[in-house]
Ligand binder design. Structure first.
Ligand code: S3P
Length: 432
């Protein structure tokens, strides 16, 4: 049994200060996996400090990949590439809580000439995997699972290319299939129902892979070799979302976030927060291996409502918990539609959000595929659960900043999945 911790969050008056975030989780996973199958060494600066990206590194070590932590202050990881062929693991690959690890890495292990088992914690063991099992099986892999859930037992195979139309918009699945396509014969084509984050494509190009996009379709030729890279991972935008939403709660907030990820397929949050009333300016834009970085200056203002649906929901999927947590404080409220995917994240996030908002005294309409949260409400501090979900723990710490009285969050250790230093940084940025 894992030990559970709790934190108490007190109401704040304001958010002020400057912060730089550990590396983006999505990019860190992809860089580590591609560095592992590249020729030669790679150096990754500002690698994510979260337990999820550490799970990827642990799995890679079990697959014979050599890597080392170099400078712990800047979280530098050096990876010695193994080339496209990895080594058979002597034990199951432990993916921990990480959906990204199991789904994306399955594309690489499916193309190896050995069998692997991929497993994870209780939450991961409930998450749907048929979205990768179906297309990888069509490519020639043999995969056994527990009714479409982990553990996955993957018999590696010589993969065949496919032309696959993804039924669910998922960047993890797209990336898994691009990785498998790299190990397959011929050209693999993947069509997504709508554009999802493109870090997989950008990272593949950074490692020297030729990859083509036509509308919503990406194409990759198998057998291409990768070259190791020296790269810096931009600050995690989905972690920054918590501080941005905290700043949005107070009209006098002044927040600077340096070297933050600005990739247009992830930055919808910035447009939305500006539309809601936050003032944001971006300076010092730089590009490293195709990923954009920028420094954000943020000032609070009024906080208007919004409706988030369709492609916007997909683009904001990891930011919805914190947006929902501040929704009662907006003038007109927030409505989230087309968000069924939230039910199969680290927790059933629609249910977790509704339960916690109600516990704080808010009115919430919970729907099968979304939430409607009226604005102009005040919340009261109380005892809340994280439901073992890092983004729920962080989202409700932000709601707590404007509640009446203190809020206790149980299972607060879950923040370590993506952002171990979250509570100490939040403490530094808030004025009381
Ligand atoms: C991710 C994609 C999203 C997101 C997850 C990270 C990625 O999941 O929720 O946190 O890095 O590709 P889906 O691919 O399931 O939408």
């Amino acid at each position: 049994m894992k030990s559970e911790s709790q934190v108490i969050v007190r109401p704040a008056r304001n958010v002020r200060g400057s912060v730089s975030l550990p590396g983006d989780k999505s990019i860190s996973h992809r860089y580590a996996m591609l560095a592992a199958i590249a020729d030669g060494p790679s150096r990754l600066e500002n690698y994510s400090t979260g337990a999820d990206c550490a799970s990827t590194l642990v799995c890679l070590r079990s697959l014979g990949v050599k890597w080392e932590r170099k400078d712990s202050a800047d979280n530098v990881i050096e990876v010695q590439g193994s080339g496209l062929s990895l080594t058979a693991p002597s034990q199951p690959l432990d993916c921990g809580n990480s959906g990204s690890t199991i789904r994306m890495l399955s594309g690489i292990v499916a193309g190896q000439n050995f069998a692997s088992e991929m497993a994870g914690d209780e939450s991961l063991s409930r998450r749907p995997m048929e979205r990768v099992i179906t297309p990888l099986t069509a490519m020639g892999a043999q995969i056994a699972s527990e009714n479409g859930r982990p553990p996955l037992r993957i018999a590696g195979a010589k993969l065949k290319s496919i032309h696959y139309r993804m039924p669910v918009a998922s960047a993890q699945v797209k990336t898994c299939l691009l990785f498998a396509g790299l190990l397959a014969d011929g050209e693999t084509r993947i069509e997504e129902p709508l554009r999802t984050r493109d870090h997989g494509e950008v990272a593949l190009r950074a490692f020297g892979v030729d990859i083509e996009r036509k509308g919503n379709e990406v194409r990759i030729r198998g057998g291409q070799r990768l070259r190791g890279i020296a790269a810096r991972v931009p600050g995690d935008l989905s972690s920054a979302a918590f501080f941005l939403c905290a700043a949005a709660l107070f009209p006098n907030s002044q927040l600077t976030i340096t070297r933050l990820l600005m990739n247009p397929t992830r930055a919808r949050l910035l447009d939305l927060l500006m539309q809601m009333g936050l003032r944001i300016s971006v300076t010092q834009i730089e590009e490293v291996h195709g990923e954009l970085f920028g420094t954000l200056q943020v000032e609070g203002g009024r906080l208007k409502g919004a409706t988030i649906a369709g492609a916007d929901t997909a683009a904001l999927i990891d930011e919805i918990p914190v947006l929902a947590a501040i929704a009662p404080y907006t003038e007109q409220g927030l409505e989230f539609r087309d968000a069924k995917e939230l039910r199969v994240k680290e927790s059933d996030r629609i249910a977790s959000i509704a339960t916690n908002l109600r516990a704080m005294g808010a009115q919430v309409e919970e729907r099968e595929d979304g939430l409607k949260i009226p604005g102009g409400q005040s919340l009261r501090g109380t005892e809340l659960e994280s439901f073992g979900d890092h983004r729920i723990a962080m989202a409700f710490s932000i709601a707590a900043l404007r509640a009446q009285g203190e809020t206790l969050i149980r299972g607060s250790e879950s923040v370590a999945i993506s952002y171990p230093a979250f509570f100490s940084v939040l403490e530094e940025l808030t004025e009381r």
